[in-house]
Design a protein around this ligand. Structure first.
Ligand SMILES: NC(=O)c1ccc[n+]([C@@H]2O[C@H](COP(=O)([O-])OP(=O)(O)OC[C@H]3O[C@@H](n4cnc5c(N)ncnc54)[C@H](O)[C@@H]3O)[C@@H](O)[C@H]2O)c1
Length: 286
């Protein structure tokens, strides 16, 4: 640690990567703390769903945004001004190269959104060891890899923040989700440990816990159901708001936690789940 915001900004100045502290208070016109102008963000899994909505909102708030995703997912193209960097989060060398390419292009890194993840269905009886290793490697160790390579750059930022995409599956027992829930439970604990480890570095670490979100992922889940219409109705009814969460609603929570507006928030999990975790309401009459 170089000794607080001024020192870190000065270090960045010396490298030519940062001309002014983007969160320094202006005594005449205080900066809007939700404005991300001057900051650089990486979003993993940013080519689809929650990640794409988050990348777009970060860019709308003024950040320059790098999307780390699989090459086939990026091949379809990203909306401007998002910039794609192909990397599989299961491949440490590829992740390292992508993070270095982001910093080479944009000169710095301030915000990391660890969002790439995959689903898994079934009880403990249904997935073999190889599938457990595959999902944990991607959903948990994937976040570790990207964070590991981002840390040296985040330590130089005056506004460093990491937001991990966790899930309601970390805090509520859901049927047929043993492996997925174990992976997201690990993400929740990892978030807290990372927040403790890096608070002295000036890096805040939080996570969001979405309920069921209307993304291509859920489209795929519904397509594999015996009765997709009934399955969608069941998922909607499970959330007290009576509908699925939108990717934009999750993005708003992620971007809040990533922004200087949340400067005193670290080591938290923000539920964006239509009330699923906290409320016990009677079923709605349909
Ligand atoms: N959709 C939901 O209901 C829901 C609920 C809670 C949490 N989540 C979490 O949100 C995150 C995003 O989910 P989504 O619904 O937007 O899914 P999605 O399938 O729409 O998008 C996931 C993105 O991650 C990318 N990805 C997958 N494997 C990758 C890898 N190895 N390396 C790099 N990128 C990879 C995909 O290419 C895709 O662009 C996941 O972590 C998921 O667990 C989703």
């Amino acid at each position: 640690m170089t000794g607080g915001r001024e020192a870190r900004a000065a270090v960045a100045d010396a490298t030519g990567a940062l001309t002014r502290d983007p969160v320094a208070a202006d005594p005449v016109e205080p900066r809007d703390p939700s404005d991300l102008t001057g900051l650089v963000a990486v979003v993993t899994g940013g080519a689809s769903g929650i990640g794409l909505a988050t990348a777009r909102l970060l860019a709308r708030r003024g950040a320059r945004v790098a999307v780390l995703d699989l090459a086939p997912a990026l091949a379809a193209g990203l909306p401007a001004p998002l910039v794609g960097f192909p990397a599989d989060v299961r491949d440490d060398a590829a992740v390292r190269a992508a993070v270095e390419a982001v910093v080479a292009r944009f000169g710095r890194l301030d915000v990391l959104v660890n969002n790439a993840g995959i689903g898994a269905q079934g009880t403990v009886a249904d997935n073999d060891d190889a599938e457990w290793a595959r999902v944990l490697d991607l959903n948990v160790v994937g976040m570790v890899r990207v964070t590991r390579h981002a840390l040296p750059h985040l330590r130089r930022s005056p506004a460093a923040a990491i937001v991990n995409t966790c899930s309601i599956a970390a805090t509520a027992g859901l049927p047929q989700r043993a492996l997925y829930s174990a992976s997201k439970g690990a993400v929740l604990s990892l978030t807290l440990a990372m927040a403790a480890d890096h608070v002295a570095d000036g890096i805040r670490v939080n996570c969001v816990n979405p309920g069921t979100v209307d993304t291509p992922w859920v489209d795929r889940l519904l397509a594999s159901a015996a009765d997709p219409v009934a399955e969608r109705a069941a998922l909607e009814a499970r959330q007290p708001l009576g509908r699925l969460v939108s990717p934009e609603e999750v993005a708003a929570a992620v971007v809040h936690l990533a922004s200087p507006a949340a400067g005193s928030t670290t080591g938290t999990a923000l539920a964006v789940d239509g009330g699923m975790q906290g409320l016990r309401v009677r079923p709605r009459a349909r």
